[in-house]
Design a protein around this ligand. Structure first.
Ligand code: GDP
Ligand code: MG
Length: 170
């Protein structure tokens, strides 16, 4: 059976941990200092879910986090969009909401599946974004919300699997 090709993109402010989430998911690695340079536009991972084969093509920004500079082709045709903020930065939460509005306006189809990841969950003592506020936003856009930590490898595998299942409607 031919795998179903699924484009997934990660968006959010610089430094929230998008590349780190991807590095954890693809190669189970984490770098404390500096952005892991993965070196190409997207990474792939194949998943078998029940009797289905999904080939995820996951796109990461290469430092074009300013809204204007990310081309529309980045998110065009994406089936799953993961909005990422850093739980220790309220600013990154606001930025993530602006990202959503821009994607919504430019490229998104009504069937696109959204996820919200509150990353750096290991830094819980410095949490700046009230969970009720995130939950409210996530509900309003029909997104699944979860906290993740690329550092401690928490929530990422489960979060991506959940989004793939929603995509497959299972
Ligand atoms: P990006 O700009 O969104 O791609 O963010 P990066 O993946 O480059 O991460 C920015 C910084 O945050 C790096 O120093 C990472 O080591 C750090 N970082 C990423 N994820 C986590 C996490 O879950 N916990 C902690 N404590 N630091 C993280
Ligand atoms: Mg990055």
């Amino acid at each position: 059976m031919e795998p179903d090709q699924v484009k997934m993109v990660l968006v959010g402010e610089a430094k929230v941990g998008k590349s780190s989430i991807l590095a954890r998911y693809i190669s189970n690695t984490f770098q404390e200092f500096g952005t892991p340079t993965l070196g190409c536009a997207y990474h792939t991972r194949q998943l078998n879910i029940n009797d289905k084969i999904l080939k995820l093509n996951i796109w990461d920004t290469a430092g074009q986090e300013r809204y204007q500079s990310l081309s529309k082709s980045y998110s065009r045709d994406s089936k799953i969009i993961i909005l990422v903020y850093d739980i220790t930065s309220y600013e990154s939460f606001k930025s993530m909401k602006r990202w959503y509005e821009i994607l919504q306006r430019d490229t998104v189809s009504p069937t696109t599946i959204f996820g919200v990841f509150g990353n750096k969950a290991d830094l819980i003592h410095n949490e700046e974004v009230p969970i009720t506020e995130v939950q409210k936003f996530a509900n309003s856009i029909n997104a699944s919300f979860r906290k993740t930590s690329a550092k401690e490898n928490a929530g990422i595998e489960e979060g991506l699997l959940e989004l793939c299942k929603r995509y497959l409607k299972i």
